[in-house]
Design a protein around this ligand. Structure first.
Ligand SMILES: NC(=O)c1ccc[n+]([C@@H]2O[C@H](COP(=O)([O-])OP(=O)(O)OC[C@H]3O[C@@H](n4cnc5c(N)ncnc54)[C@H](O)[C@@H]3O)[C@@H](O)[C@H]2O)c1
Length: 711
């Protein structure tokens, strides 16, 4: 029919094959191709039934997001769906791999659906802030019932074929060859004769107003919990509600209106940006795709503390065996007990069998010496944060490691080049900044030293993928990208409480705004001693002058180190819930008075501006220094590692959406009030003077990289 859709026949059954690798996405040409094939099959007297199937690994796994993002519109499938459903000859969709979004919408318009046992079907549109626009909200509840439709659309989680069969989304599971089974099924349906079931005409599962009211109320609650502050889930519920109260055609019109509005929403644009930003992180201009990589078949870790244990679990979960070294048997015993405890909770939640857990644990070899470190493909150092200690360790492993072994450090703040200089092979040294807990957190900051070789960069980018992490390349600046920005944010939050807010007020404003956690709760989790050390360091770098918060040091001196001591900025109950503490609030008020800081009422707007704009200004400095490749990389770091709401697109995207001129004006206000800490980034000033955005900066860079690659 065209390059993307083929039509052929098996006896009297027409087979329409969508062939748009890799995932048969609905791009321009696909709906047109299916429609043309359908017309041809319908008018062919030698055809009794029609099967629609995907080539390669999967059925249609959604719309082509790149096309979607460019045009700002979803594909218009309405005529195609009507043609499939109104066909006099039975239409059968055959699903393997994953049918997602528009793929499921096409499947639901067919008279019948068959699937292989490991197929999955899902409607994940809310994850990009969009209401399905191809009648999915109207057909899904008709097939699976209102409650299940609400659940599928709110969670965005696909259902497996067996469940799809049970809930009515699929009519038959095909064991063995899918196409042969689908053709046989189609023949059977043709022989049985029409009329064939039209989903749009089904009403049996649409429930009663009373039952539905409770389901939708629960759905709103689910949306509030799973997708706080987001508009698309509520609009999806409105569309589903329309399916239960309006005739099909009117429900579709309502869905279309909600879907069009959602596509234009800032939240959808931010979520789509976040989606592409995450996919762009692997693109490093001077490390092309064909850069050779060292195979990582095994690993060795030094330091079996919090991070060493977490990284070990992340590695063995990806099938990479680990030798885990510490300096005392007690530390090793504690580490292995922690490994076991972590896996025990995984088993308890039914996520893994004990047998699999035992296999994984057996892949971790605790040891006191350097035995077999000479065989390691990568050595990851995760000892205390001390330059002297790290240099000593790198000196030792330099003598043992094989020449092509990648030498990585998990330091959060130290200079990678200085660590690398302790070896005779600085080109093999790189920073792998995992986040805690390392087996859960998706972010991995990959810190490139001055001399790090390109194959080493390529190797760890590939390793990040193997570990199912998002590896973002950053430069060797103090605190790299994420923490460097967070120090600013933490400082402002602490100054805000000294000026009159409470920690609970600041955290409340931040979480209301969309952050997964408030900054004081984050500080309590990481440990106030760690935060205090970072501030001391910052003070030293900045020199005297700028006012820095002072309460933090007092809390540390009182032994309030955060969750690990049961109290920090907050107190903690058994469920580790932060509880505002009058003692801390009195300490803050007293300190402010003693230091002559006037107290005043602080608004949520000021909290957000001071916290976010300080980060954004620092992000601009990072970009201008070349310590991040793209503004969108900073966004990915914040969304995947720091609980920044994806529906705001990350800090730099958020800045663009506010308007860089507005941000700069506020930064200058704060500079007048607070001094040099708020000095505007030159890049921010330049972009404002040129009327540009961070996104435009990324676009220009992407173009340059593409041109260089072509040349
Ligand atoms: N904890 C975090 O959230 C986090 C996050 C990212 C990076 N980091 C960094 O990771 C590193 C480790 O942090 P952590 O929180 O796991 O520390 P930790 O104190 O929990 O563990 C450090 C471990 O190193 C061991 N060790 C010390 N000297 C050693 C030596 N000479 N040989 C072998 N083992 C030795 C200690 O016995 C201890 O078990 C630090 O550089 C830290 O900055 C920590």
């Amino acid at each position: 029919m065209n390059e993307l859709v083929r039509l052929h026949r098996d006896g009297r059954v027409a087979i329409i094959t969508v062939d748009n690798p890799p995932v048969n996405a609905i791009a321009t040409g696909v709906p047109e191709g299916i429609a043309a094939a359908l017309t041809s099959a319908q008018t062919d007297p030698a055809v009794d039934a029609i099967v629609i199937i995907g080539a390669g690994k999967t059925f249609i796994a959604g719309a082509d997001l790149a096309e979607f993002a460019k045009s700002g519109e979803g594909p218009n499938l309405h005529d195609l769906l009507a043609a499939i459903e109104d066909s006099a000859k039975p239409t059968v969709v055959a699903v393997h791999g994953t049918a997602l979004g528009g793929g499921v919408e096409i499947a639901m318009a067919a008279h019948y659906r068959v699937a292989v046992p490991d197929a999955q079907l899902g409607m994940p549109e809310v994850t990009i802030g969009v209401v399905p626009g191809a009648e999915g909200t109207q057909r899904l509840p008709r097939l699976v019932g209102v409650a299940k439709a609400v659940d599928m659309l709110m969670t965005a989680a696909p259902v497996k074929a067996s469940e799809a069969l049970q809930i009515g989304l699929v009519d038959r599971i095909i064991d063995g060859d899918l196409l042969a089974g689908a053709v046989a099924f189609a023949r059977e349906m043709a022989a049985r004769g029409g009329p064939h079931p039209k989903t749009s005409e089904m009403t049996g599962k649409l429930g009663t107003p009373e039952a539905n009211a409770a389901i939708f109320a629960a759905g709103r609650e689910q949306a509030r919990k799973l997708r706080r502050n987001q508009t698309a889930p509520l609009a999806v519920l409105e569309a589903l509600e329309a399916a239960t109260t309006l005739p099909f055609a009117e429900g579709c019109a309502k869905e279309r209106q909600l879907s069009d509005a959602s596509l234009k929403s800032p939240q959808a644009q931010a979520l789509i940006h976040a989606f592409f930003a995450e996919r762009a992180v692997g693109k490093v201009p001077d490390v092309p795709k064909d850069t050779p990589v060292y195979p990582i078949r095994n690993a060795a870790i030094i330091g079996a503390g919090t991070m060493g244990v977490g990284i070990s679990i992340a590695l063995v979960n990806a099938g990479i065996p680990v030798r885990l070294k510490d300096s005392t048997q007690a530390a090793l015993d504690r580490a292995m007990a922690n490994v076991r405890q972590n896996y025990a909770s995984v088993v308890k939640r039914g996520r893994m069998t004990q047998e699999v857990v035992e296999q994984r644990i057996a892949l971790i070899q605790p040891q006191l010496g350097y035995d077999e470190f000479d065989q390691a493909d990568i050595i990851i150092e995760a000892v205390f944060e001390s330059m002297d200690l790290k240099k000593q360790i790198f000196g030792e492993i330099d003598k043992i490691a094989k020449p092509d072994c990648v030498l990585a450090t998990n330091t959060s703040t130290l200079n990678i080049d200085e660590i690398a200089a302790a070896t005779a092979r600085p080109h093999m040294v790189i920073g792998l900044h995992f986040f805690s807990p390392a087996y859960i957190m998706r972010l991995l900051e990959i810190v490139r030293g001055k001399l790090t070789a390109k194959p080493v960069v390529a190797t760890v980018l590939a390793l990040a993928k193997t570990l199912r992490k998002v590896g973002v390349l950053v430069g060797n600046g103090h605190g790299f990208v994420g923490n460097r920005m967070m120090f600013q944010y933490m400082r402002e939050a602490q100054l805000l409480v000294e000026e009159g807010a409470t920690p609970a007020q600041v955290d409340g404003a931040l979480t209301d705004w969309g952050m997964a956690m408030g900054i004081f709760a984050v500080d309590d989790l990481g440990g106030l001693d760690l935060g205090a050390r970072c501030f001391a360091d910052l003070r030293e770098r900045q020199g005297p002058g700028p006012r820095m918060p002072v309460v933090l040091d007092k809390l540390v001196a009182m032994g309030r180190l955060g969750q690990k001591t049961g109290a920090g900025w907050f107190r903690y109950d058994e469920a580790r819930k932060p509880i505002p503490d009058a003692e801390v609030e009195a300490l803050i008020a007293h300190t402010a008075e003693a230091t002559g800081i006037p107290r005043r009422a602080i608004t949520p707007d000021e909290i957000i501006e001071r916290c976010m704009y300080s980060m954004i200004n620092e992000g601009a400095k990072i970009l201008e220094e070349g310590h991040a490749l793209r503004a969108s990389d900073i966004d990915t770091i914040y969304i995947t590692g720091y609980g920044f709401p994806a529906y705001r697109g990350g800090p730099m995207w958020f800045a663009d959406s506010v308007g860089l001129d507005k941000i700069l004006a506020r930064v200058k206000d704060f500079e007048r009030q607070y001094g040099v800490l708020w000095q505007p980034a030159r890049l921010l000033e330049r972009l404002v003077s040129e009327g540009r955005t961070f996104a435009s900066l990324d676009a220009v860079k992407a173009q340059e990289t593409a041109q260089e690659a072509q040349a």
